[in-house]
Design a protein around this ligand. Structure first.
Ligand code: FA5
Length: 354
């Protein structure tokens, strides 16, 4: 038995040493140390048949051999495991010196860029920047602006009516049951602002407006405006012109040619149209300015007393001016965009230029 043990020890050590990889080492494990049929275990099972004397000498020998082989086996196993880790680290190494992968960054639409610039200009003049609902009531869109039902001015701003009524929603001070429509201009914010904040007041309200419109190079059915309103004691046309000039200088960074002509809007008296020399064709005439050399950009005027009243302001004490800047058209002039439909097209070939 002693000789058999020694022989098995030599054999097992050689097998462990010669195992070329982890898989082979596992085979050695089964062959020698397997519980069921491992060679070492089979031999150890015979210990019980030995005499007490033999057990005393061979027992410790067997245990020492078992411990020695187990130590050898574990050392070899660890060697393979370490090698596997080193190999994984080598092959999966991250080269931190490689250039990064460029992540395509979006950019602001030119409409937003110009809107934000305008907001900054007006904030610096002490104006609040307000928001108004795109789904508006007939009252705020027309009646509160001195445009009663059946007034012909409604025809110039035909719109999309929506089924259903507005029941005094959004602090609506109008009639209880109001026809709903997509607002045709940002002017409804004038009365909403005066009702909410009182007067004196300085506010601008940029936003989307909608019209049932025949489309062409300068007309869309969904475009942006920026409403402006200043109400205080002793506000005059001089204040209006000063603010318009500051606005245009701030956006174009140069003096642009403008003309002021009388314009009719039921919610201002007197009313004006401020046109800008067409910057697409330099005034020669093109499809954007309809061959006239001028683009309608900034209708404005002194707030009508009926509108002040609707907003809760006393027209005997207060006066004010208002304007409705065609923001989309301003963007076209600023960047030389010759077709308004490009702005809402979502066409990346167009948008990526900004
Ligand atoms: C109005 O909308 C008035 N609410 C403006 C106003 C406010 C006047 C306060 C007085 C006091 P108008 O319909 O002209 O007015 O439109 C204002 C501007 O919006 C126009 O000068 C033009 O620049 C732009 N605009 C009008 N229709 C379109 C359209 N279909 N597509 C693109 N821009 C348009």
């Amino acid at each position: 038995m002693q000789k058999e043990l020694q022989k098995l020890g030599v054999e097992a050590k050689a097998a462990i040493e010669q195992a070329a990889d982890l898989a082979k080492l596992e085979k050695v494990d089964v062959e020698y140390f397997g519980r069921k049929d491992g060679k070492l275990n089979n031999l150890l099972k015979q210990l019980k048949d030995l005499s007490v004397e033999e057990k005393k000498t061979i027992g410790p020998m067997a245990n020492a051999l078992k411990a020695e082989l187990s130590e050898l086996f574990n050392a070899k196993k660890q060697e393979f495991e370490r090698a596997a880790i080193t190999q994984a680290v080598e092959t999966e190494k991250i080269d931190v010196t490689l250039p990064g992968r460029a992540c395509p960054a979006g950019s602001l639409s030119p409409l937003s860029t110009v809107q934000y610039e305008l907001e900054d200009i007006f904030r610096s003049l002490g104006f609040m920047v307000l928001d108004g609902p795109e789904l508006e009531s007939d009252y705020y869109n027309f009646e509160a602006l001195n445009i009663p039902p059946h007034h012909p001015a409604r025809d110039t701003q035909d719109t999309f009516y929506v089924k259903g009524t507005l029941r005094q929603a959004q602090g609506d001070k109008g009639k209880k049951r109001e026809k709903l429509l997509l607002r045709t201009h940002t002017s409804p914010v004038q009365v909403r602002a005066m009702q909410k904040y009182g007067v004196p007041l300085r506010a601008v309200a940029p936003g989307r407006v909608f019209r049932y419109e025949a489309l062409d190079a300068s007309h869309d059915n969904n475009f942006n405006q920026l409403e402006g309103l200043m109400v205080d004691e002793n506000i005059s046309i001089a204040n209006l012109i000063a603010v318009m000039k500051t606005l245009l200088r701030g956006i174009f960074k140069k003096d642009v040619k403008v003309r002021l002509r009388p314009g009719y809007f039921p919610f201002v008296e007197p009313g004006f149209e401020l046109d800008i020399h067409c910057l697409i064709c330099g005034g020669k005439g093109c499809s954007v300015c309809k061959q006239s050399g001028w683009v309608e950009l900034l209708p404005c005027g002194m707030v009508h007393p009926n509108v002040l009243r609707a907003g809760g302001a006393d027209p005997q004490k207060y006066s004010g001016f208002a304007f409705g800047l065609g923001l989309t058209r301003l963007v076209m002039m600023r960047y030389g965009i010759d077709d308004i439909r490009l702005l809402n097209s979502g066409d990346l070939r167009f948008l990526k230029q900004f």
